[in-house]
Ligand binder design. Structure first.
Ligand SMILES: Nc1ncnc2c1ncn2[C@@H]1O[C@H](COP(=O)(O)OP(=O)(O)OP(=O)(O)O)[C@@H](O)[C@H]1O
Length: 460
């Protein structure tokens, strides 16, 4: 293949994939050779190679073939040698794409391979994050941290329900920081990984190395920090790491499924440390945000599944009906496009309802407190009237607490509202009931099985 051919193919890829994707994923590719039908490219890391293979391998192969080359397969190998500027078969980058900032970041990350972080998802950038009322504050705070100026709020604590974009924002911060400041050591990992690393260090008697490593980063991001609640030694180590970094004025970003004060079994001193920066929550999505996200995704899919038509009103219908979380929304759209492309039909409302019947049904389903009381009474063989009555016998009080717990878990009702439906009980009684069941579940496997079963029955 000549410089010219690869240059032309890259230009086509840039048009097809957009400038961002191009400069992130295509520009860093170094064409090595074409032998026996295999086009070989060099990549900075194996993660990078896997990503390009999965997402763009086919595109690249088809374009190579359409330029008249006999290519059966494209392959990506990690380039460990320093990159030379004199690869004979590679054209200079197309003028439209300037210095590959992300590629530099990739290389610096490769050099930082001693950092025990989790890989970043290349799709989770600020460009792909849709901003609406429910997440605008979290987004603005994340942007500010990503600008990497003087540390303004430390830590940044992001919290919110499942699938609302916490991980997305954290990855976006990391991507941005790495492209602006490739020299920074940015470490992103989940709290679970932090714990495993720590346990491993204890086992290998290398705790000092562990400490040194974590204290050497410039930005530490820990996802799902609620995971370390109740894990005493990990909490202790996390606390020291946290303090050491804050003392050095290094940025910390944390995420969790709830506010620091609400994480049970998290040491008070950690809670208060976590609260001293900026705590922002991602609220449940509203209709406009859901529609915005769907529109963005649909645009991407239109590029991917050329020729597929989506009828007016379908996205609005989905935004209206699927209110649980963004992950479910995305999953629904992915399925819809895949299905429509398989059957070769336009995406109409009818097709949507057929193809997504289960998701739509699940979203429709609203469990009521009355239903919960009835099911629990049946399960424990007590009278429904005892659910709301005054009897304090354990055989009645315990099922009642189970029903209180499930009401809190499965309905959006507040504690006072639940209290009213349990015979006008005070909200503190409900809170006590909920806590009691949470405690018992940890030790009483029968109770925890009962709860699982009841949940399944109620949500079915
Ligand atoms: N505002 C948004 N714009 C675009 N995509 C979004 C947005 N919010 C969430 N998503 C997408 O929804 C999916 C779930 O988001 P993410 O993994 O960040 O959620 P999370 O809050 O970390 O959830 P969990 O608590 O389960 O870890 C991802 O694919 C993400 O890209």
């Amino acid at each position: 293949m000549t410089n010219e051919t690869w240059g032309e193919i890259r230009e086509q890829l840039q048009k097809r994939l957009g400038k961002n994707n191009y400069s992130t994923w295509i520009e860093p590719l170094v064409f090595a050779e074409l032998t026996d039908g295999v086009a070989q490219f060099e990549v900075p890391t194996s993660f990078f190679g896997d990503w390009v293979r999965r997402n763009y391998g086919d595109h690249i192969r088809k374009l190579l073939i359409s330029s008249g080359l006999g290519v059966e397969r494209v392959d990506f190998t990690v380039n460990t040698a320093p990159r030379t500027a004199t690869k004979p078969a590679v054209a200079e980058p197309a003028p439209a794409a300037k210095a590959p900032t992300r590629a530099k970041a990739m290389r610096s990350r490769a050099a930082d391979e001693d950092l025990p972080g989790a890989p970043l998802d290349a799709r989770f950038t600020f460009d792909t994050f849709v901003v609406g009322k429910p997440n605008e504050l979290a987004h603005a705070a994340a942007r500010r941290v990503a600008e990497g100026g003087p540390v303004s709020f430390n830590p940044l604590f992001l919290y919110g329900g499942v699938g609302l974009g916490k991980t997305h924002l954290m990855h976006a911060i990391a991507h941005d920081l790495q492209s602006r400041r490739p020299d920074l050591r940015v470490l992103y990992l989940s709290a679970e990984q932090f714990m495993y690393r720590f346990v491993q260090a204890l086992r290998d008697r290398s705790v000092m190395d562990f400490k040194e490593l974590f204290r050497s980063v410039d930005v530490l991001m820990v996802d799902d920090v609620q995971f370390i609640a109740g894990k005493d030694s990990t909490q202790e180590e996390f606390f020291h790491t946290f303090n050491a970094l804050v003392d050095q004025n290094k940025q910390i970003v944390i995420s969790a499924d709830r506010a620091p004060g609400e994480i049970k079994d998290l040491e008070e001193r950690i809670k208060s440390r976590l609260q001293c920066g900026l705590v922002v929550d991602l609220h449940p999505t509203d209709y406009e945000l859901r529609l915005g996200i769907l529109q963005q995704k649909a645009d991407q899919y239109r590029d991917q599944y050329r020729g597929l038509v989506i009828a007016p009103g379908v996205l609005e219908f989905l935004a209206h009906r699927i209110t649980t979380n963004v992950r479910v929304l995305e999953g629904a759209l992915t399925r819809l496009f895949a299905f429509a492309s398989l059957v070769g039909r336009e995406i109409t409302l009818d097709l949507t309802q057929d193809c997504l019947a289960d998701i739509l049904r699940a979203s429709d389903r609203k469990v009521t407190i009355e239903e919960i009381q009835r099911k629990v009474a049946e399960h424990y063989n007590i009278r429904l009237s005892d659910m709301i009555g005054p009897k304090r016998l354990r055989t009645i009080a315990r099922p009642r607490q189970v029903a209180m717990y499930l009401s809190k878990q499965l309905t959006p009702r507040s504690l006072p509202e639940i209290g009213r439906r349990f015979g006008g009980r005070d909200h503190t009684t409900i809170m006590h009931g909920v806590r009691k069941i949470e405690e018992l579940m940890a030790t009483d496997s029968q109770l925890s099985d009962d709860l699982q079963l009841l949940k399944r029955l109620l949500q079915a």
